[in-house]
Ligand binder design. Structure first.
Ligand SMILES: Nc1ncnc2c1ncn2[C@@H]1O[C@H](COP(=O)(O)OP(=O)(O)OP(=O)(O)O)[C@@H](O)[C@H]1O
Ligand SMILES: [Mg+2]
Length: 253
């Protein structure tokens, strides 16, 4: 089976700052892959590399069997044009800590926007799907609300629906609940749990260890640009093998 994401010796620097120092990991289709680690360890940078927002400096990174940013012909690599990169990026949904909804559009319009603008879908088709997606994230009754008329948790669920509207094969979540008031976190995690049950492949950077333990299929602990430890979430959380993992978990659990 082709891995949904495969990283082999991935390095990334910003100028002299060496951030990712040889990341190796593999995410299987339908897997919920959780990523934890201290601030600055490179978690967001790694997600941005997967999503073609950053170019890696060394190693190989592929999504669904295709190299990120390159086309392979025989044993030669050709860099993709911006338009080709944009096409690839459509297949990957990304949800950030800050939801970045369009403030002048309703929830429904936010979810409709990309399929209409990027894929040239008719408004009727996009509207029907957006309605279904808002229903799926529990916001059918908020379709006509503007972001300013929604709670943070509701805005984040609209952001998830908006990412799903492009029918991605992979969803990247970068601390989707860490900007939320505690009482709003549960609804967002429930939506993510539902997505996982439906078989979506997900990489989730999170501080929600409960979510990782219950929903995650794999858990990676990253520190200082390397994968320190990887395993089943239950094992890593209850029986960490490395001192750095133990030290981190003792602070967050
Ligand atoms: N565009 C950039 N230019 C220069 N340095 C960057 C850039 N993006 C990230 N960095 C640096 O890379 C390092 C890793 O950042 P990254 O955001 O990936 O960490 P993180 O693990 O997501 O941390 P956090 O838990 O705080 O979100 C940091 O030291 C950061 O300052
Ligand atoms: Mg980050």
């Amino acid at each position: 089976m082709t891995a949904m994401v495969k990283a082999e010796g991935v390095h990334k620097s910003f100028g002299p700052a060496h951030i990712l120092k040889g990341i190796d990991l593999e995410v299987a289709p339908r897997e919920v892959f959780c990523l934890i680690g201290p601030s600055g360890s490179g978690k967001s940078t790694f997600l941005r590399c997967i999503n073609h927002l950053e170019k890696i400096n060394a190693g190989r990174l592929s999504v669904d069997g295709e190299l990120v940013g390159y086309r392979q012909k025989g044993n030669k690599l050709y860099e993709l044009k911006d338009s080709e990169v944009a096409l690839k990026r459509r297949d990957i949904g990304m949800v950030f800590q800050r939801f970045n909804l369009f403030p002048h559009m309703t929830a429904l319009e936010n979810v409709m926007e990309a399929p209409v603008q990027v894929k040239g879908e008719t408004r009727a088709v996009a509207r029907a799907r957006a309605g279904r997606l808002l229903d799926r994230v529990g916001l059918a009754d908020k379709a006509a609300n503007y972001p300013s008329q929604l709670s943070g948790g509701q805005q984040q669920r609209v952001a998830i629906a908006r990412a799903l509207a492009m029918e991605p094969k992979l969803m990247l979540f970068d601390e989707p609940t860490s900007a939320l008031d505690p009482e709003l976190v549960g609804d967002v995690l429930d939506v993510m749990r539902g997505l996982a049950e439906d078989g979506m492949t997900m990489i989730v950077v999170t501080h929600e260890m409960g979510f990782a333990r219950e929903v995650g299929d794999a858990l990676v602990f990253m520190d200082d640009g390397v994968v320190v430890e990887t395993g089943h979430p239950r094992d890593v959380l209850t029986n960490p093998q490395h001192d750095r993992t133990k030290a981190f978990l003792s602070k967050v659990l």
